[in-house]
Design a protein around this ligand. Structure first.
Ligand code: DAH
Length: 377
């Protein structure tokens, strides 16, 4: 056998013998890395005479191809084996009898929503719900969000196609060009915020209104702090003679109760939302505790929620007279509240349904949050 055949034999055996991805990578570097043996051979082609190159070239290139293919095949096999092993070890037998002791726990998002309902019930707020598949009018137009607002773009918002049958049922004619000419009311979206519940509440009944609206919202986003589905809670108060002071007091009372600290300090920063005027971004003060930021005090500020006095155009769009009725609104991420209160850094595991995570961060189903007994005891 020639040296080349020996090398080929040696490398292919080494590839097959690699017991794991790391070992395989070592073989790859040894053969095909910058200083690899096959790489050296390829480099030696440059120094050969044309005749030698004609003879050796195909053999060396053939060797490189054979080794490359063998490594790819071995890699696929090792990955498949690793996946199978993981599936086998994480296997759930749904037919096993139920454990007598309850193993379930309350998800932090549910826990926080229960805490919010408890806090706001004490302030005389009710809990309202709205549809998650919302029409464009409630989600955008009635909230004074202009046609050109970036939130309306396809890459931010999930638009929902409606079948012609469902439109016919509702007495609407289907759009002629696949969506572009659909009227606001006919175009459906996965709601991008809980604010449309404000519109539904104002159109539903005469004020006074005092509500919170917790629920799922959807945006086209994915990283450590953004998931395509997440949770918000909306607050809305509509009555006579409501002013910014009511908003500030309500937020302060809510956040002190929620974070279970008296030293929560708020800062209202002028901002812009189409549906409020004036609008304020609310920052909460934090302090350092063993190198970690904790809410309370005012060594620094972090942005927490959006709020403002409900825009008179929004009140008018709901058929109410803005000269008679005013109010405030706010919106805040429930997941973000949970992360801040209970110390999670990554949002994605919230929605991966991994029992190990929910066991660690979950709450006992028997411990209902109450203001008197403690929200998160
Ligand atoms: N809807 C806003 C959002 O999703 C949050 C918000 C800001 C809600 C200000 C409000 C408000 O009610 O007044 O980003």
């Amino acid at each position: 056998m020639s040296d080349l055949d020996n090398l080929r034999e040696h490398l292919l055996v080494a590839v097959e013998a690699s017991a794991g991805l790391e070992a395989l990578e070592a073989v790859r570097v040894d053969a095909l890395g910058k200083q690899g043996r096959v790489t050296q051979l390829l480099k030696s082609l440059g120094k050969m005479t044309p005749e030698e190159r004609q003879a050796e070239g195909p053999r060396i290139h053939g060797l490189r191809e054979a080794v490359t293919d063998a490594i790819a095949a071995r890699k696929a096999a090792l990955e498949q084996a690793a996946l199978s092993a993981r599936l086998a070890s994480e296997r759930l037998d749904l037919t096993l009898p139920v454990d007598a002791a309850p193993a379930g726990s309350v998800h932090p998002v549910s826990q926080v929503m229960d805490e919010l309902a408890e806090i706001f019930a004490d302030l005389g707020f009710s809990v309202a719900m709205g549809p998650e598949i919302e029409d464009d009018w409630h989600n955008f137009t009635a909230l004074n969000i202009p046609e050109t607002h970036p939130a309306r773009a396809m890459h931010d918002t999930f638009y929902v196609e409606r079948s012609e049958a469902s439109m016919a049922r509702e007495g609407q004619s289907p759009p002629s060009d696949g969506g572009g000419s659909a009227t606001d009311a006919a175009r459906m979206v996965l709601r991008t915020h809980t604010s449309p519940v404000q519109i539904r509440a104002m159109m539903d009944g005469p004020p006074p209104i005092r509500l919170i609206a917790p629920g799922r919202v959807y945006r086209s986003d994915w990283d450590a702090t953004h998931t395509p589905m997440f949770h918000q809670v909306e607050g809305l108060v509509i009555d006579r003679n409501i002013h910014l002071g009511h908003l500030k007091w309500t937020l302060e009372t809510f956040l002190k109760a929620f974070f279970e600290r008296d030293d929560i300090v708020l800062r209202l920063r002028p901002s812009y939302f189409p549906f409020t005027e004036p609008s304020a971004e609310v920052d909460v003060g934090w302090h350092l505790d063993k190198g970690r930021r904790r809410l309370g005090g005012q060594e620094g500020w972090m942005e927490l929620l959006g709020s403002g006095m409900v825009h008179r155009r929004v009140i008018a769009a709901c058929g109410l007279d803005p000269a008679e009725w005013q109010g405030f609104a706010f919106g805040v991420g429930v997941d973000r509240l949970a992360m801040l209160k209970y110390g999670m850094d990554d949002l994605r595991p919230f929605f991966e349904a991994d029992g190990r995570w929910t066991r660690h961060y979950g709450f006992s189903a028997l411990d209902l949050p109450t203001l008197s007994g403690g929200l998160s005891a």
